[in-house]
Design a protein. Structure first.
Length: 140
């Protein structure tokens, strides 16, 4: 008798690609402990019940980085399966409104040009976002 595998947990994540006036994008490094510890990521987090993606992104950026942003158009939606869970990333272009980014929930913060993002280690699901940003910055 074969066991039926349990469905993987599915996380819905709002992701902010925060651009500044110099064409750089904000990334932050996860704290060393926990899932994917020490990897770089785009700010964002889990969608709460009853929340829109835009509300989620605004809330997460305020909680994690003490910044106010404008959430713009959706860049892409990515669904990726890791070994222990599945994730759907709702990625939005965002503009920095106010507040200096602070490391409230992360180890480190950097403003980087899309062309430099390959120098940082990101979770696998972020590869498509990086490729998109690099293609976009080349065509501008």
């Amino acid at each position: 008798m074969s066991l039926i595998p349990l469905p993987l947990a599915h996380k819905q994540i709002g992701v902010a690609v925060i651009n500044n006036q110099q064409g750089k994008v904000l990334i932050d490094r996860r704290k060393p402990s926990g899932e994917m510890g020490g990897l770089w990521e785009f700010p964002g987090g889990k969608l709460e019940p009853g929340e829109t993606i835009e509300e989620c992104i605004r809330r997460e950026v305020k909680e994690e980085l003490a910044m106010e942003i404008v959430v713009g158009d959706r860049l892409t939606t990515i669904t990726h399966t890791y070994e222990t869970f599945m994730v759907t990333l709702y990625v939005h272009d965002c503009q920095h409104l106010s507040g200096q980014p602070q490391t409230l929930e992360c180890e480190e913060i950097r403003w980087v040009e899309p062309a430099q993002m390959n120098q940082y280690q990101f979770p696998q699901a972020n590869t498509q976002i990086i490729n998109l940003l690099q293609q976009r910055s080349v065509s501008q």
